[in-house]
Design a binder for this molecule. Sequence first.
Ligand code: SAH
Ligand code: F3S
Length: 468
Amino acid sequence: MSEQGKTFFLETFGCQMNVHDSEKVAGTLVAQGYVQVDDPRAADLVLYNTCSIRDKAEQKVFSRLGQYRKDLGEGKMFGVLGCVAQQEGERIFEKAPHVGLVVGSASYRRLPELLAQLEGGSRRVAGLDTDTDETFETEVTRRDNPFRAYLTIIEGCDQKCAFCVVPYTRGPERSRSSKLILEEARQLASAGYTEIQILGQIVNHYIDPDPARLTFAELLSAMAEIPGIRRVRFTTSHPRYFGPDIVDAITAHPALCNQVHLPVQSGSTRTLERMFRGYTREEYLEKIAMLRASPRGIALSTDIIVGFPGETEADFAETISLLDTVEYESIFSFKYSPRPNTPARDYAEAIADVESSRRLSLLQERQREIQTRKNRALIGSVSEVLVEGRNEKLNQWIGRTTENRVLNFTVPAAAPPRNRLGTYAWVAVTGATPNSLVGEMLPASDAEEAASLAVPIKLAWSELRVVS
Ligand code: SAH
Ligand code: F3S
């Protein structure tokens, strides 16, 4: 590594938690005197934050590392972070000898010390402990999105669902103090963020270590009341711990977004038991009924796995019927993929890939019909969006509703031309596809009227997460 102007490049895969970890890692490195560059060729240190949730993730990491070495040549230090780092550990040094740093997410607090070892000439440095009750908190997070700030409240997961690698890669559950969380949220509001996205692998299992002992619902409410915060989202909730107090908080606080992601995984109680999910189909549907009963019209989304070992045609039919019953605004669906260390890897009755693919397409086709119908019903409604992007080619702004639905819109010719990024606008919906809406911004006077009406509308939400 060169003495002066230490530079790093950081590439991230996986969930929002990984994206946010990378923001914190970048902040930590900058505080250590490193400069972030967006071209790996210009970097002394090339870091790769990895995801291992599905699909031969390890192989992909090794082939990526090989490619880096080929493209970038000698003289650089390579580091692997995140879930594959934790899962593969020091084996990475053997399989990819050009890697000098391997750090799992439970050890990021040690990064300054590990970097110092590297700089001191150590050839191979690893941080792989998951035996910790610490969270990774830093004063120096470099947030990438100027409007929406991620904020972690709980790390790790203790649920040990039979298919899931997260408890082994992210370690045990540990919650941050509500006092520190709310302090950070207030700082974010004064820095100009209007949306906070609360993160945790099992976010609603939050247990406040502060003497205030706030429940998750109380923490949400307190955050929603911070002046300047207009939107609060949270992900991911576990159905088992989803109580009526969370729904009441959403109903009571307009700043709590009209959207809940509640992964079901399967519509069959038999499969849910074998997945160790801790609820039945009926119990899950009770939670959904509770959510649907809120006068806010909460948009619902879920995660579904098809082809779990032993899933029969009848089990799968129950998942399809669950889609029809709940009518989610959107879903994320996956073919089961065996993961290291997880109990389901040793289950008999694997489902052939071709059969899992068939089930996945059937499921997605059914959901597409539901979304097409639901989205078309929104034509003619109005909705407030946070403007997050611009599509020059289509002359459209890209907005997002409280339901997390993407609503692309044009601005009437009479409206003053200006940069609308980060602002809020009221938009009339004029068209719909299964995954997004299009519309036209209301003129200012209409917008005021619409704001005072607070029109109750149901919109779906799509792509929240960066899915690996
Ligand atoms: N609580 C976590 C769940 C992480 S994984 C969160 O924050 O979202 C996200 C989704 O990936 C899970 O809900 C599940 O549907 C899917 N998934 C996890 N492990 C999987 C596996 N082995 N095969 C296929 N899908 C999986
Ligand atoms: Fe994974 Fe289940 Fe936790 S899906 S993240 S073990 S709640």
